[in-house]
Write a protein that binds this ligand. Sequence first.
Ligand code: SF4
Length: 64
Amino acid sequence: MKVRIDLNICLRAGECYYNHPELFRFSQSGDPEILARELNTPELIKHAKEAAAICPASAIIVED
Ligand code: SF4
């Protein structure tokens, strides 16, 4: 599975990188960056789905 962020709707609120720094980080541009696009462990899949659930803009997409 993979995770991506739709930066067109992201609010730059930071929930993703505050809660899941193993998956996301704050970039110099102010956009969130993905650290692990390929979710190759059950734990990463779980965390990405959690991040998607709490993202206030529904900008985090977890997909096959
Ligand atoms: S939690 Fe959602 S809205 Fe906030 S920075 Fe991350 S992707 Fe953007």
